[in-house]
Each structure stands twice: as C-alpha cells, then as structure tokens.
Write a protein that binds this ligand. Sequence first.
Ligand SMILES: *[C@@H]1O[C@H](CO)[C@@H](O)[C@H](O)[C@H]1NC(C)=O
Length: 422
Amino acid sequence: MVEYAPIIIGSLVVLFFAVPSLSSKDSKSSSNNARRSAVALFLPGLILTFSASVVMCSWEDAYQRGYQIFSLPSVRSAAESYIETGDGDITDILESGKYAPTFGYYEVSYLIKDLLRHTIFHTNSHNADNIDEGYNKGNDWFASMLGDTMMYTSGLYPTGSETLEEAQNYKIDYVADAIQVKPGMSVLDIGCGWTYVAKRLTEKYGANVTGITLSKEQLKWGTEWNANNDATILLQDAMQIHERDDLPKQFDRITSLEMAEHVGIRRYQEFLSKVRNLLKDDGVFYFQVAGLRRHWRFEDLVWGLFMGEHVFPGADASCPLGWVSDQLEKAGFEIQRVHNMGSHYSRTLAHWLDNWRSNEEKIIAKYGDKAYRRWEVFLAWSVRVARQGSSTLFMFTLTKADVMDERRIESQAHLVPKDINA
Ligand SMILES: *[C@@H]1O[C@H](CO)[C@@H](O)[C@H](O)[C@H]1NC(C)=O
C-alpha cells in the first residue's frame, strides 16, 4: 500500500499550494492562504491518502488472485445487498471465492467514522454502551443461536461429531482440568456471559464461583439460572472489582473466556495487571481469546470491519498470538500452555448458524428480516473466516511469574505432554 502513497501525497501537496494562489491576486495573503489550507487539509489529506492507497492495493491484490472484480460486486457490497433485500445466495457470495474482498465505500466510511469517534468523541462510558449494543438484544435473540448452554464462546470437538452442547460441556471440562479446580476453591469468571461456566464449575466441580458481567440481561438470566446453587453473579466491571468489600481480595482460580476482546488495546495491560492482582500467588488463570493471523490478507480486514460495524462495536483487541503473549508476559504471567483452536470455532459457528436458520420465522417476527439476515451473514462469514484462519482462537493456561517454585513444578507436572506412547 505504501507504494502508491508518494504519488498521492505529491498530488495533494501540489493541490494544497496551487489552488489558493491561483484564486488570489495578492501574493502575500495568497501564501498565508496556502499555508492555512495546507494545515487545514493535512489531516483529511492524510486520511484520504491512506484510504486511497488501501483501496487501490486491495483491488490489485484481488485482481492478481483471480477474483471477479469487474463483473461482480465486492463481497461486502454483495453481503450488504443481501442483508437489505434478501436477494442472492449468501453461501455463494461468501464461499465461492468469486466476490472480491476489496475495500470500498463501506470500509472507508467506517474507518473515517471510527477514527473521528476515537479521537474526538471518546468517552469512558464507551465500554458500557458497547455492551448494551452488543449483548442486550434480548436473551431470546441469543438463545435462538446458542442453544441450551447459552455459551457465546467456542466449543471443543474432540471427535468432530459432538453436538453443540457436548462440545460446550467438553470445553468447560477442559477448563476445569487446565486450572486444576478443586471443591471449595474460589473462582472468579470475568465476563461470565449467561453463566454456564459458573454453573458447571459450581455444580459439577464444587467450586465457589463468582461470575461478573456488564450486561443486565446476562445478570438477570444468570441469577435465575444459579438460584439453586452457590454461584454468585454480579453486575460488575473487572477494572473496579478490587473495590468491593463483599468479595475476596484474591481468588484461587480466574477464568476469562472471550471477554478481553472488549477491553480495548489501550487498556489491555491495565486489565491484565488487575487480573494478576486478583489471583493468589499459587493460582491459575485460564484465558481464552479470539485472535487474528499475523500473515493477513485483505479478506481478514474486510470481515473485521463488517464485524466492527454490525456485531461487536468497540471491540478492537483481537490480535495475533505474539501480541497477546507479549501482553500476558509483560503483565507478569507465565504461559504454561497455549492452544490454537480456530477450526473448532468454525464448527461452533456452523452449529450456531444451523440454530439461527431453524429459528428464522420466530426471529423475523420479532426483530425483522434485515436483522435476521445481518446476523445470518455474520455467522456464515465467520464460519469461513475461522475455518481458514483469518480469525482464530487462543486458549492460555497461565500462572503468576516470579512466585512459588511449588506452583511451577505442580503446574508443569500436570501439563506434561501425555499419551505419547499410547
Ligand atoms: C464463596 O465466596 C463468597 C464470595 O464470593 C463468600 O462470601 C462465601 O463465603 C464463599 N462460600 C464458601 C462456602 O466458601
């Protein structure tokens, strides 16, 4: 993309200085005008330069990779038009490899809006607002996709033929094993969703779980769901949890499944440091987070921008493994194990898509057909993206760095690769 930048910057510079001096007779005021225009136009010029470079590069890349860039719209335009009208075959649009992942109107206007929002209008209430938009759609909306477990995170499919519910149960059992949870241990689940992790760790493993969420809908659901067990569900921001007197200052175990994406890159380190403070020195932290591939293609960005606009507004911290690991190590964690399970996310999303489609009539009756199709596109597109690795899933098992030797020895004994001779 940088190769086009000099031409565009050059043209802009010529324009900045040529236009005002042509339109004015007085040479002194014209040079002032020129300077003023240059200053005033600098930022828009930079944005324009950047956008134009990205657009051109994406077109060149798509052309070289054999997409039908002249006869068909871009994949995003085709998907948007499917959402608007219901015309077209969404599977063909997303899976055929004919519709190009080129940048255009949707991407550029979103990037500019997003830039202005972050630089000019950024507020502290941003996070809570995003949660309302992303998660407070009504529990029935999510139940139509997630099924009985209401887990909005990837399952694990050890044989590949599990049902969604089996895959979600297996995943939580894996988490229980990773953190070596024992009866009576205090567990904090940060971003507890509809609380199935808290429920299963409490009921099957006898842990004393506190689940925290920022969503009122999840709080309501989780409180009812856990009415007959000892799990505690709270409406609480993880950043302020240390201020509560009714909770332990530190927990034996902490879990956080696909919540950190919402923390934001700027506060990531602060978030992880808080988690570290909340964990006992001999504790274990299980951290599951969606990620991206570093060796990216334009299709990754085009999908990411669709997600940013329609699905997870404000979630901007899906990053490659190196970045996440770096943040974790800087915050004082030692990585004991990490899995990349993106293809299992693809299976999970395919199950969500099946559920969603089987509830089509009900969803359309309540939320309208565009909302139905927008979510259908999100799920169908994400099935592909997670399958090919544009987006993936990291599962970390972590302990505190620079503390007890016993804990290191115990964790590593527990995690030693097994069954190599089986
Ligand atoms: C469980 O944890 C809560 C705090 O989250 C605490 O008030 C309660 O006493 C604990 N229960 C047991 C049985 O340890």
